[in-house]
Each structure stands twice: as structure tokens, then as C-alpha cells.
Write a protein that binds this ligand. Structure first.
Ligand code: BGC
Length: 433
């Protein structure tokens, strides 16, 4: 007892002395990593947990705090993160899309260049040039890509297609696709296409893929802010296709999330949904088998084109645990980290040396398609292709159009949105080769 008392008394004396010497009681510095992202659907959560598990195996002494902000494509997250960073409350790393979405952070000096890390990890030789370009600004690297998603994917319920004798190869054109929708409707499936719309971007996502189907030269003009004619036949045609598309969409789209739309296809309530290949993660967690229960193909008119969506993490200036931020980035960019995350996420590794045996059949096909793609184009809806000002106007235009289906008004609104963002177009994309 005397010994215990002596220990307590000594501890009190040391504590009091420290209080007077340092002005406050010494606080143990917690060894934490705090990351923010918007991966909250079933597939997304499983994927980020797998990546965090790789980190924890490597750095067992670091406690990881994940702070997810629900809302697909970061439609809630993005403004939350902007305010946090601007208020000097940046976490140790946060999810961001490669390309224009990073720009406001880079311009305001909120991110640290991480060229040394890129050099140490030898990333220049493993990440493809198209991705490297999207994460470098003014000759410096500011982020580490964790994946490459494909946006232009048509997902289908294979059992429904088999039952009604629809050959997926007939879905390569919009005419063929709408003929299939008509056939299914005649057979009693009133709304064969599932779509979400709660965050507006789910609708813009579909229109973006329709834009891509109007030709890469058209899409290039769009992302370079070079369209100026509201009567441009490619623009008008695109909205006419979307008008037709809306005929077959579930009427409650505006209250559904993207994954609720995918769930309709999983359950066989709808035959189709156009969504990025994060949808594969939902089929995966639902225990569905690619090629048996469901299938996927490039959305109509986009064969040979890969619409890129690239998620990244970075090192914010003033991060509270800068060393852990760097440790996280090392894992994010590593072969092991990417090969744990992406097989669940639905994306392919951003690295060219992925272990293909770890990936399921959808992604093996995607890896092949990526290697042989004729064109790679950046998604606007998912932050890369066009300035944020245009991207956010595009979401509003899309959701208004889904409701009023006014083609002329939508075409005019697109041109107006380009003009309003004119000075923000600082990148010139060369997509046509
Ligand atoms: C992200 C994906 C995510 C999807 C839906 C996209 O913008 O790049 O990682 O799964 O949004 O939330």
C-alpha cells in the first residue's frame, strides 16, 4: 500500500510540475488517422473497409477514424469538405476526384505537393499517363489515385433478358436499346429502366453517357467549353434520346439513390440501369453472379470508349497527423491496397501491374477493355472533365429536364452554363487522338 501511495504521490508531483513548466498538463498525442469519404452503400463500405484493413495490418499502432458522409458521387460530401478545409479543419486525407474537382483546393494552396512520395514509391512507372495528368497541376503531383472506374456501363438483369429473348448485342445502339424496352413493356414490365435522382447527378450521369454516344469530337468540344450553338444537332439529338429514355424510367426516380436503382435490377423489378461500375459492388454484396444473374456492356453507342472516373486521396496542408497521412497515401497507391479495394469496389486498379487473379469476371473484362480502349474521356459528373461551375449547373439542368422534358430549354441551358463558366476552362483535353 505504501508503495502504491508513493507511486500516486510521485505521479501527482510530476503532473503538477509539468503543469507549471509547460503551462498545461501534458496530453498524450493520439496516434490517429482520420479520413473522409462518401462510400456508404453496401459495396462501397465493404471496399473501403478492405483498404483500411490493409492499412491496419501494416500500421497496427495507428487508430483509423473513418468519417463517411452519405450521398452518392459526393453530392453532400463535397460542400462539407470544402467548408472544413477552408476553416483549417482538414482531415488527414479525403476522397476527391482527379481533375477539375481538385483544382479549387490546389489553387487555394490547401494541398501539399507530394512529388517526393511519388518518386519514392516509383508511381510514375505504374500509373498510366492519362491518370498521372489528371492529378498533377503546374508540374507537381497533388494526389494519389486509388482506382479507375468506368462511367459508361449498361447493367442488365440477365435472367430477364434471357426470358424475353433479348440478345445483349442488340443493345449497342439506342434504337436497339429502345426496341428492347418496348418489348419488355409489352410483356408487362412497365418501367424496364431503373434510375435514381435524389442527388440530381444520377440523371446527369445518364445524359453524360448519351453525350459521349454522340461522338468523341462532340464530347471534346463539350469538355473544352467549345460548344456554342443550342441548335447543334448532336446536342439536340442527345436530349431527344434522353426524352425517350425517360419514358421507360421508374416514375419515383427523384426519391431514389443510385444503389436503390441498382437494387431494382438486382431484384428483377427492372431490366436496365446505366451507372458507373461501382454498381458491380452492389451485385457483389448481394451475392449475384456476373454472366449468370447479371451482365454489363458499354452503354449504347459508346463501345471502345472508356469514360474515366478516378478517386484519389491527398495530403492536406495542416493535417493533424501528417505522418499518418503519408502512410495512408502509401497504402492507397500500393499494389496490395489497390488489389484489396478494387475487386470489391467494381473499379479496376489504377496501377498497370494489378494482380488480375484477384479480380472477378466483370473487372477482368474491364481491365481488357481499358487496355484496348480507342478513346479515354473524363467524366464531367464525377469531377474530372469540366469546371465545377459547369458540372454543378449540369446537375440542375439534368434534373429539370427529367421533369419537364423540354429539349430546346435544356440545350440552351447547356450553352448558357458553358458561357457562365468560360473563364474556368483552364485545361484543353485532346481526346480524339
Ligand atoms: C465515385 C465512386 C462512388 C460513386 C457513387 C463516384 O463519384 O467516384 O467511388 O462509388 O460516386 O457514390
Amino acid at each position: 500500500m505504501l508503495l502504491a501511495l508513493a507511486v500516486v504521490v510521485t505521479a501527482v508531483i510530476v503532473g503538477v510540475a509539468a503543469y507549471y513548466i509547460f503551462g498545461q498538463a501534458p496530453k498524450p498525442q493520439a496516434n490517429l488517422l482520420e479520413i473522409y469519404h462518401w462510400w456508404t452503400s453496401g459495396g462501397e463500405k465493404a471496399a473501403i473497409d478492405a483498404l483500411v484493413a490493409v492499412f491496419q495490418k501494416k500500421y497496427p499502432d495507428v487508430g483509423v477514424i473513418q468519417s463517411p458522409v452519405a450521398g452518392g458521387a459526393g453530392y453532400v460530401f463535397k460542400s462539407v469538405m470544402k467548408s472544413m478545409v477552408a476553416a483549417g479543419e482538414a482531415p488527414d486525407a479525403f476522397q476527391v476526384h482527379a481533375g477539375y474537382e481538385m483544382k479549387p483546393y490546389v489553387d487555394a494552396g490547401f494541398l501539399e505537393p507530394i512529388d517526393d512520395l511519388w518518386r519514392q514509391e516509383g508511381w510514375e512507372s505504374v500509373f498510366p499517363p492519362v491518370v498521372r495528368d489528371m492529378v498533377s497541376w503546374g508540374g507537381h503531383y497533388y494526389a494519389v489515385p486509388v482506382n479507375i472506374h468506368r462511367a459508361n456501363v449498361l447493367w442488365y438483369n440477365k435472367k430477364i433478358l434471357d426470358q424475353y429473348g433479348i440478345d445483349p448485342s442488340t443493345l449497342e445502339t439506342w434504337d436497339g436499346f429502345f426496341a428492347a424496352c418496348e418489348k419488355l413493356r409489352a410483356a408487362g414490365i412497365q418501367y424496364p429502366i431503373a434510375m435514381g435522382g435524389i442527388g440530381k447527378w444520377e440523371i446527369a450521369h445518364v445524359i453524360e453517357q448519351i453525350f459521349v454516344s454522340q461522338g468523341v469530337d462532340f464530347y471534346q468540344d463539350l469538355v473544352n467549353g467549345k460548344l456554342n450553338d443550342p441548335n447543334d444537332p448532336r446536342l439536340v439529338n442527345a436530349f431527344n434520346i434522353m426524352k425517350k429514355y425517360m419514358n421507360y424510367v421508374n416514375p419515383d426516380y427523384a426519391s431514389l439513390t443510385w444503389d436503390q436503382a441498382v437494387a431494382k435490377v438486382i431484384r428483377g423489378e427492372a431490366a436496365f440501369t446505366i451507372m458507373g461500375d461501382w454498381a458491380n459492388g452492389e451485385f457483389y454484396v448481394a451475392g449475384k453472379q456476373f454472366g449468370v444473374d447479371y451482365g454489363a456492356m458499354p452503354s449504347p453507342g459508346t463501345k471502345g470508349i472508356y469514360v474515366l472516373v478516378v478517386d484519389c486521396f491527398e495530403k492536406p496542408k495542416g493535417a493533424k497527423h501528417p505522418e499518418n497521412s503519408i502512410k495512408w497515401l502509401r497504402v492507397v497507391g500500393s499494389r496490395e491496397g489497390q488489389d484489396a479495394f478494387n475487386p470489391i469496389k467494381g473499379s479496376i486498379s489504377a496501377r498497370l501491374d494489378a494482380d488480375v487473379t484477384k479480380y472477378g469476371p466483370y473487372q477482368r473484362a474491364a481491365i481488357q477493355d481499358f487496355k484496348t480502349a480507342k478513346y479515354m474521356v473524363p467524366s464531367i459528373v464525377h469531377g474530372s472533365g469540366a469546371p465545377e461551375k459547369f458540372a454543378s449547373a449540369f446537375n440542375d439542368i439534368a434534373s429539370k429536364f427529367a421533369a419537364d422534358r423540354d429539349v430546346a430549354a435544356a440545350c440552351k441551358a447547356i450553352i448558357d452554363a458553358i458561357n457562365a463558366a468560360k473563364s474556368d476552362y483552364t485545361k484543353t483535353w485532346h481526346l480524339t487522338g
